[in-house]
Design a protein around this ligand. Structure first.
Ligand SMILES: Cc1ncc(COP(=O)(O)O)c(C=O)c1O
Length: 391
């Protein structure tokens, strides 16, 4: 029997899986007005605080004055402006690749890149905890999808040896896993891709701007940036803007321009976003950028260590994404509600974002958080965790 929309929504509610939109008023800073009251924001991906940085705002305003608000069409029609090409050159230099190609979001990048690279007769090897957009791109491609257990290189090696070499083979992984905050074993992945002659794509949405001595991301952090064939990244997280890119060889970029449908059939990014992104890369490369990264690493260490010492399971996090394992959907939403009562906004993460039974609070720190904010959050999480019997 087909359920009505109402019945399906009631089913979600009964299972603790119903979602609603919370209204954040004003700018995305570390204190926001949520549904009319001020709270400490502990679940934003604006990791360096660049979304409200004066230099990004100034660049965006100037771009609007010079170029207007919209690009008017897709890149392959008349929407290829100077700023698109300038930003692509900047990204390629930043990532150390021959070329780069912009996409309108990380979701559009992953669905576009993967479904262009792989098709019928090809095989995609994808970490089981990869972002939903990687899964969707893989399903869209109609290639054979082999999902390997999270970060399990022994299993991946076996799966690679079991599949034939006909067609293209692509290994794809998050660099930093978005809901766990742990890192992909990129050194092993680069070795495997070389051994088996596959392509390697890394989604570094949460590593770019943060990890590595100069913020180039998880590839730089683990010393294998040159071994990655396609470095995908987003501009809407640490870079404080919007959009995404693939950084790769000139040949791959040329191929994506001709084959990636989310690139071909979509109006290009507007000037303000492009100019803000250019300013963001300048900032990441500046002394200020280095200081922001250093501060974030320092507060993250303190936060994670304190939660572990209190008895919480932070699920192998090694980055500014610090999950607090809870388990059930209802419990995690109750945890989140209790923190909100205490003036702290952290979302509970439930299926289908994470596997059933592994619900968690996904705490994210930003460089604009001060030590007293972190200490306040630790105290509130510890008190609520005790009340709920999690620790
Ligand atoms: C790992 C990962 N890839 C891709 C995306 C999608 O990026 P965007 O929000 O720009 O669509 C996200 C986050 O939303 C993500 O966490």
């Amino acid at each position: 029997m087909t359920l009505t929309f109402r019945e399906e929504l009631e089913g979600l509610r009964a299972g603790g899986l119903y979602r609603h939109l919370s209204l954040v008023e004003g700018a995305q800073t570390d204190r926001v007005m949520l549904d009319g009251r001020e709270v400490l924001l502990l679940c934003s991906n604006n990791y360096l605080g660049l979304a409200t940085h004066p230099s990004l705002k100034k660049a965006a305003i100037r771009a609007v004055e010079l170029y207007g608000t919209g690009s008017g069409s897709a890149r392959l029609v008349s929407g290829n402006m100077e700023l698109h090409e300038a930003l692509e050159r900047r990204i390629a230099t930043f990532k150390g690749t021959e070329a780069a190609l912009l996409f309108n979001s990380g979701y559009a990048a992953n669905t576009g890149i993967i479904s262009a690279i792989a098709g019928k007769g090809d095989v995609i090897f994808s970490d089981r905890l990869n972002h939903a957009s990687i899964l969707d791109g893989s399903l869209l491609s109609r290639a054979k999808l082999v999902r390997y257990p999270h970060n399990d290189m022994v299993a991946l090696r076996r799966l690679l040896s079991e599949t034939g070499t006909v067609g293209r083979r692509l290994i794809v992984t998050d660099g930093v896993f978005s809901m766990d905050g742990d890192l992909a074993p990129l050194r092993d992945l680069v070795a495997l891709k070389r051994e088996f002659g596959t392509l390697l794509m890394v989604d570094d949405a949460h590593g770019t701007g943060i990890l590595g001595a100069t913020g180039r991301g998880s590839g730089e952090h683990l010393g294998v940036i040159a071994g990655i064939d396609i470095q995908m990244g987003t501009l809407g997280k640490a870079l404080g803007s919007f959009g995404a890119y693939a950084a790769a060889s000139r040949e791959i970029v040329e191929f994506l321009i001709n084959r990636a449908r989310s690139f071909i059939f979509s109006t290009s990014l507007p000037p303000a976003v492009l100019a803000a992104s250019l300013a963001a890369f300048d900032l990441v490369d500046s002394d200020e950028g280095a200081e922001l990264r250093e501060k974030l690493a320092c507060t993250t260490r303190l936060f994670r260590n304190a939660l572990n010492a209190a008895g919480f399971d932070t699920m192998g996090s090694a980055t500014q994404i610090v999950p607090v394992y809870v388990g059930g959907a209802r419990d995690v939403m109750e945890f989140s509600r209790m923190l909100l009562d205490d003036g702290i906004f952290v979302q509970g993460i439930r299926p289908p974002t994470v596997p059933p039974g592994s619900c968690r609070l996904r705490c994210t720190l930003t460089a604009t958080h001060e030590m007293r904010d972190i200490e306040r959050a630790i105290a509130a999480i510890t008190a609520a965790g005790k009340k709920l019997g999690i620790i």
